[in-house]
Design a protein around this ligand. Structure first.
Ligand SMILES: [Fe+2]
Length: 567
């Protein structure tokens, strides 16, 4: 059975291919179009999934969308009618109506472009159920509680479920507008960062501030009995879909918003810290309730808010769950995987295969011939194939080199996990500044992640819970901080990726070799891109990024590339 999952609503368009019970390809459209968070119909991602599966569209048994536009139109019209909100009602008719027609057009586009037959079934699944399927079915758990937090699905932004074997049962959907994702995004916008993009920056900034706005945050977002929350919507406009997120009442209380790219003030830092704390409190509150009513010990998390690794770790530490599972892409792109898996397990009643999604390396790869062909277009660069490229790279890293690392299939999801990464030595105190100055050009308050051999995780992290997809932020043991100083955030935490030999053998071997030379089983790992761009996909993009930045070496499989005159 071949099933294609598609997310094509608003942001992070993506496609996933499930074949013979397993997820064999999954990728975001932004990697191809080079537009960050691109929400366009993912034609390129679909083509690549089919190519990896060596199938034609006519071989597909089902095509599954992870959002039902018609359901969204209906529920929002009812919501605004009940509130007598004429402006938002009219906006919904125009905007969501257009999106509904867009989804119909997507189906037609698919039928025309990929020439599917009438026997291919097309499904539009509930968005939150797609998220739930994306994290429960690939999890190692037979049964688990499921918590979904995002900006907005069709009719909810928070939902809780129970997963058992190949079934998911929804326990509760929170009312439309009561959204932790939209709450965080609203303040992200107020703090001068791009909504639905800059939330990770706010999380990084939070570590610099104090929670001085606790009272105001409690007023904006109240915690109620039985795991309920109440967002005071008089401070917000996000739920009305009119473009902005905060209302005039919010500006009256908190003052003028930060102008994008302007100096960050103490107020901004404190606001970020207070927001982050309130998000964590609310998420823990809901998770505790879920733990109580489900009686489960294990939790699966998904939805865009689950990209907040600090919140995820807080849930794990304070809600009573013993283990948590997150798939490589908990945001909307991952819902494409969930939609395909929903068809496989809920509709077709197929049992879950062991390890149906173990590796995050679900994107496109390139042969040595393709890399060498591209290198011919860069006559100013020198390169050689080296059998000892792992040992050589580890040696150069230990000497302080910054290295572009391009290996095999690219990662699904927003994190570079050792396939399209920029690597450096974490021991040097100044490495963060050097990376920013020479390569990344990003805000100085953002941390860089340490990638650690999972066998050594407990030596460095206070909580050694597995973190293969870099979605949990834990405190680094105080006595170890000096050893990996540039991988430690200002509050002593790190988004440590636990690297497993069976998932990433080459990357694991590289870190092992670095440890042999330095005694440190950790490398600094940041995404292979420059500020504001999606992570690279092709050898050409790797070479272009290498040329325009001041990286020392680029290693593409076993080919080592350098600039004859240094940087
Ligand atoms: Fe979502």
């Amino acid at each position: 059975m071949n099933i294609l999952g598609i997310n094509s609503v608003a942001v992070d368009a993506a496609a996933s291919l499930v074949s013979k019970g397993k997820v064999i390809a999954a990728m975001e459209e932004e990697r191809f179009t080079r537009i960050k968070h691109d929400g366009a119909f993912p034609v390129n991602a679909i083509e690549s999934c089919l190519s990896i599966g060596k199938i034609e569209a006519s071989d597909l048994d089902a095509i599954c969308f992870s959002f039902d536009e018609w359901k969204a139109v209906r529920s929002r019209l009812l919501y605004f009618m009940s509130r007598g909100d004429v402006r938002a009602l009219w906006n919904t008719i125009c905007k969501r109506g257009k999106a509904f027609i867009g989804q119909l057009q997507h189906e037609t586009t698919f039928q025309k472009k990929f020439s599917i037959t009438k026997k291919t079934k097309i499904y539009k699944f509930d968005h939150h159920l797609s998220h739930a399927a994306s994290c429960f079915f690939p999890s190692p758990f037979d049964k688990a509680a499921i918590l979904i937090l995002d900006a907005a699905g069709e009719d909810t932004s928070i939902s809780i479920h129970i997963g058992r074997d190949n079934r998911i049962q929804t326990l509760k959907k929170y009312p439309y507008g009561q959204s932790l994702g939209a709450f965080y995004t609203s303040l992200t916008e107020f703090l001068g960062f791009k909504p639905n993009s800059g939330e990770g920056k706010v999380m990084g900034l939070a570590a610099y501030g104090e929670v001085v706005f606790a009272k105001q945050m409690e007023h904006l977002l109240a915690l109620k009995p039985r795991g309920d929350i109440q967002l005071d919507l008089s401070y917000f406009t996000h739920h009305r879909g009119l473009g902005s997120h905060c209302s005039s009442r919010f500006y009256k209380e908190f003052g003028p918003p930060r102008i994008p790219e302007s100096q960050i003030t103490q107020r901004d830092e404190n606001l970020a810290a207070s927001l982050q704390k309130r998000l964590e409190d609310a998420a823990i509150h809901i998770a505790r309730h879920l733990k109580k009513i489900s009686g489960m010990d294990r939790l699966c998390l998904a939805g865009g808010v689950a990209l907040n690794g600090v919140m995820n770790a807080a849930i794990l530490e304070h809600s009573g769950f013993k283990e948590v599972y997150l798939m490589p892409s908990p945001g909307d792109s991952g819902s494409s995987t969930g939609a395909a898996l929903l068809y496989q397990h809920q509709i077709q009643n197929q049992q879950r295969e062991e390890g149906l999604l173990k590796s995050p390396f679900l994107g496109v790869s390139f042969s040595d011939e393709e890399v060498e062909k591209e290198l011919k277009n860069f006559p100013n660069l020198r390169w050689e194939k080296r059998q000892d490229y792992l040992d050589y790279t580890a040696h150069k890293l230990a000497e302080g080199a910054i290295i572009g690392w391009f290996q095999g299939r690219f990662e699904f999801g927003p994190r570079a996990l050792g396939a399209r990464s920029i690597l450096a030595d974490p021991r040097r105190v100044d490495m963060k500044d050097i990376l920013n100055e020479r390569v990344k050009f990003r805000e100085s308050f953002r941390p860089f992640a340490p990638a650690i051999l999972h066998e050594h995780s407990a030596e460095y992290f206070e909580n050694p819970h597995d973190n293969p997809f870099m979605l949990l932020v834990f405190r680094i043991r105080e006595e170890m901080r000096d050893r990996i100083s540039s991988g430690v955030h200002v509050d002593g935490t790190g988004r440590g990726q636990t690297v497993h030999k069976e998932i990433s053998p080459t990357f694991w071997e590289l870190i092992r070799s670095f440890r042999e030379k330095t005694g440190i089983p950790v490398l600094l790992n940041t995404s292979f891109n420059v500020r504001g761009e999606p992570i690279i996909n092709t050898p050409l993009e790797a070479l272009q990024c290498f040329v325009k930045t001041k990286m020392d070496f680029l290693v593409m499989d076993d080919i080592v590339v350098w600039k004859p005159n240094g940087r």
